[in-house]
Design a protein around this ligand. Structure first.
Ligand SMILES: Nc1ncnc2c1ncn2[C@@H]1O[C@H](COP(=O)(O)OP(=O)(O)OP(=O)(O)O)[C@@H](O)[C@H]1O
Length: 306
């Protein structure tokens, strides 16, 4: 049996509409399935845990965005249960990285075909011992301020309605820039500290894409067994605005005066004042935060040619 976890809120209600089309096809193909419409991450965790414990699951598939996938990682990671996605979020960085089509029925075909690829996860521990697993990237500093502003905002709902979900992050950036002050930060990768007197943002990524399609660590691969770090530092607000469009192509990595790219198997970000961190767009605590890569922890359902 395939368990479908449906976040009807994701993508501003798109999850609900997508389920109707998906269910029709599941019935037409005689697929054994169970649907779980969940109202929150905690609700999903409790109910999915019970079903996983009962066993005999062929796969767990999410109809939602990166946040919905993120919420179930503590239950699915390391179990060998194939994890699938029918994207209905606004950022959809996981589907972008793994080549999962936006068309729900084509995404369903991938789930039904049952081919998996083992991908890496990031395990983070933030101030106060808050532990999380993240699939795409942990954003700290300015990005954290952007995520905090975007999540639950009215403009995110409008962008989703207009099907320009990624645009919400651009609005969030302008709003966060008006409030955020760069601070001294230390980014330690595999034990080697890198000091920045004006740290704007640090992103610890498993794959190349975050924030709705920004190619923050363009050389990262979700199954390369490494974590990748991008630090933007020591530049003016004007420079940040100039760098931002280059994130869409990954061209920012050439601006080595204020963009530093690192990689390794563990990374810690410390800041003079606590900075917010968001993993897969969900709150992960505040600095200091340490991320460790866990290679091949998740068997993700992907396209046969992917
Ligand atoms: N299983 C779930 N069921 C209902 N709500 C959930 C579930 N998991 C997480 N949520 C909540 O729903 C919110 C939106 O979900 P999600 O992040 O998947 O969609 P999105 O924000 O539209 O897309 P994206 O993360 O790709 O930008 C999350 O931020 C979280 O608060």
């Amino acid at each position: 049996m395939i368990l479908f976890v449906v976040n009807e809120k994701s993508g501003n209600g798109r999850g609900k509409k997508i389920w109707a089309a998906v269910e029709e096809k599941l019935k037409a193909t005689g697929t054994a399935y169970e649907k779980l419409a969940t109202v929150s991450e905690a609700d999903a965790v409790d109910r999915v845990r019970d079903i996983v414990q009962r066993g005999r699951l062929k796969a767990v598939a999410v109809i939602g965005g990166d946040g919905t996938l993120h919420g179930l990682l503590p239950i699915i990671a390391g179990t060998g249960i194939p994890y699938g996605l029918i994207p209905s979020g606004s950022g959809n960085d996981t589907s972008r990285t793994l080549g999962i089509p936006a068309d729900p029925l084509r995404a369903l075909d991938i789930i039904l075909a049952g081919k998996t690829r083992a991908i890496d996860l990031l395990e983070t521990t933030a101030e106060g011992g808050i532990e999380q697993r993240t699939l795409t990237a942990v954003a700290i500093g300015l990005d954290g301020a952007v995520a905090a502003d975007v999540n639950g905002s009215r403009y995110k709902r409008w962008c989703n309605k207009l099907r320009i979900g990624s645009f919400a992050y651009i609005i969030g950036l302008f709003r966060a820039l008006a409030m955020f002050k760069p601070r001294p930060i230390t980014v330690t990768v595999d034990g080697i500290p890198h000091e920045f007197s004006q740290g704007w943002l640090s992103v610890i990524a498993s794959g190349p894409s975050y924030g709705g399609g920004l190619r923050i660590c363009p050389d990262a691969r979700p199954d390369d067994g490494k974590l990748h770090v991008c630090v933007v530092h020591n530049c003016s607000v004007g420079r940040i605005l100039l760098v931002f469009p280059t994130l869409l192509t990954g061209g920012h990595v050439k601006r080595t005066r204020y963009v530093t790219i690192l990689s390794g198997s563990s990374a810690t970000v410390r800041s003079e004042f606590p900075m917010l961190a968001f993993g897969d767009g969900e709150p992960s605590g505040v600095t200091p935060i340490t991320a460790v890569v866990r290679p091949g922890q998740l068997d993700f359902l992907i396209a046969v040619s992917g």
